[in-house]
Ligand binder design. Structure first.
Ligand code: NAP
Ligand code: MG
Length: 486
């Protein structure tokens, strides 16, 4: 491994600018959100949720057991027909209220998201929380126009939806799942990830405040076993899952032979392609955003950087220089660019894959920066001399690590980009509009960003090809998985 000899010299630095957690009103212990209220678990247990930046507990959370899960399903079954019989206009009003309440609690939600999951406050405050509100606003608008979203055909909700989300965008993924499900008249049982249950529980408080009818949404924190049990419940009518490809396959197998529609949003190894005619400084910013946003815990992260050979040295040079100026550390500091790794397990996974990259002969460079003594951290890392068969070019690292490959021609760029079992997203950096469209239409990826990366909007559909899953979230296409269309 080559580490930068000296930390990039900057003649000025940022003073600490910590966001205060003082205004946050967290309870010491949270129950399960069932039938519109927080309940003590029947056969579940209570587990602390940690701050990955300090390894200290933030709060205690109830994990649901089998009897709790049954109670949530029963309550959702009972509530769903009444919810579906409300006019779309009425359902829309509830969603608008939820969106407004999220906006009112933005600061608190952002701080809790950063404390529970480790992401920089700049991101939770400016991206996760506003986008979560935007998704509720967007689908509120659709609630009374559902047939127009599916070409004027007749629609009906499926019934009770089981929804499982990962830890990388806890509140935002909950919003992506709940907003369209509710707009379409479904009830929902949401299982947040084990390491990041808190903002989903604050969202439950928001639902209470919005006076959403009891039972329409249940929020059940728990581990993987609870997720596995949830998708196997006989009384559910729809499953939506975001997470790893391995678990997605397990869920698909569990549902085989049952008429339960399934949406899978899985992993990725997305190609970010830089052509020689791109605005290179702008591209470097896009590369940084593509892979270091949320510590690289992003399913659509631009983790395979494809650079045209003629500009490879220049781009890598600029990128390395820029990486040296990323500020890694306290997620609650408003100046932080790269926060804490979400969990010890994820840190181990990143470390293992990075060692594999070194072992296979790729050249590693990791930014030399001071990391806090406690907590889980990984400094921004770049691999060059990467071969397409290396594990770091094939497997999802889900951390702040970018693997660089080069190409000579447009055809080679497309071939290399598509040489993956995944197909979630892609980035295309070029000055030529026609080239961007040509490349985009040849890529097997659900999203193609042109001269930007990791740009999300509730009006745009998001989802995968190949082992990145199927079904779409966002936009009118995001209504479809929650409707029976006749
Ligand atoms: P994961 O292990 O698949 O977990 C995702 C969720 O599923 C968590 O709530 C998890 O609970 C639960 N779960 C675990 N085992 C389960 C089982 N057998 N049956 C049902 N549910 C189960 O994924 P992760 O490691 O937390 O998240 C990272 C992965 O998610 C990455 O591969 C990433 O690419 C993918 N992801 C994809 C998207 C997308 O939109 N395509 C978005 C974000 C993340 P626990 O937390 O308790 O384990
Ligand atoms: Mg946590």
């Amino acid at each position: 491994m080559t580490t930068s000899d000296a930390r990039t010299k900057i003649v000025w630095d940022y003073a600490p600018a910590p966001e205060s957690p003082e205004h946050v009103r967290l309870r010491e212990s949270y129950g399960l959100f069932i039938d519109g209220e927080f309940r003590a678990p029947i056969d579940g247990r209570r587990v602390p949720t940690l701050n990955p930046a300090t390894e200290e507990p933030v709060a205690e959370v109830a994990f649901a057991g089998e009897a709790d899960l049954r109670a949530a399903v029963d309550s959702a079954r009972e509530a769903q027909p009444r919810w579906a019989s409300l006019s779309g206009l009425e359902r829309g009003k509830y969603l608008f209220r939820v969106a407004r309440l999220i906006q009112e609690r933005t600061r608190e939600l952002a701080v809790v998201e950063s404390m529970d999951g480790g992401k920089p406050i700049r991101e939770s405050r400016d991206i996760d929380v506003p986008l979560a509100a935007a998704h509720f606003f967007y689908y509120a608008g659709w609630a009374d126009k559902l047939p127009y979203g599916v070409g004027g055909r007749q629609v009906a909700p499926h019934g009770v939806a089981a929804q499982i989300v990962p830890w990388n965008f806890p509140l935002l993924m909950a919003a992506w799942k709940l907003a369209p499900a509710l707009a379409c008249g479904n009830a929902a049982i949401l299982k947040p990830a084990e390491t990041t249950p808190l903002t989903a529980l604050l969202l439950a408080e928001v639902l209470q405040e919005a006076e959403l009818p009891p039972g329409v949404v249940a929020i059940l924190p728990g581990d993987g076993a609870l997720g596995a049990s949830l998708v196997r419940q006989p009384d559910i009518d729809k499953v939506a899952f975001t997470g790893s490809t391995a678990v997605g396959k397990d869920i698909q197998a569990a549902l085989a032979g049952r008429k339960v529609p399934l949406t899978l949003e899985l992993g990725g190894k997305s190609a970010n392609i830089v052509f020689e005619d791109a605005a290179l400084d702008q591209a470097v910013e896009g590369i940084v955003n593509g892979i270091f946003f949320n510590q690289g815990h992003v399913c659509c992260a631009g983790s395979r950087l494809l650079i045209q050979e003629s500009v490879a040295d220049e781009v890598i040079g600029k990128l390395w220089e820029r990486m040296g100026r990323l500020r890694v550390g306290d997620p609650l500091d408003k100046n932080t660019d790269v926060g804490a790794i979400n969990s010890r397990e994820q840190l181990e996974r990143i470390t293992e894959l990075v060692s594999a990259g070194e072992g296979e002969g790729a050249v590693r460079r990791t930014v030399a920066c001071e990391l806090p003594e406690r907590g889980y951290w990984f400094a921004p890392t770049i691999f060059t001399e990467v071969a397409p068969a290396h594990r770091i070019a094939v497997e999802e690292i889900f951390g702040p690590v970018v693997s660089v490959l080069t190409f000579r021609t447009q055809a080679e760029a497309i071939e290399k980009a598509n040489n993956s079992t995944y197909g979630l997203a892609s980035g295309i950096w070029t000055d030529k509009g026609a080239k961007a469209f040509e490349v985009a239409s040849a890529l097997q990826a659900g999203v193609a960003w042109q001269n930007t990366y990791n740009h999300f909007d509730p009006t745009a559909a998001f989802g995968g090809y190949k082992e990145s899953g199927f079904g779409r979230e966002g936009g009118p296409a995001g209504l479809r998985p929650y409707l029976r269309v006749t």
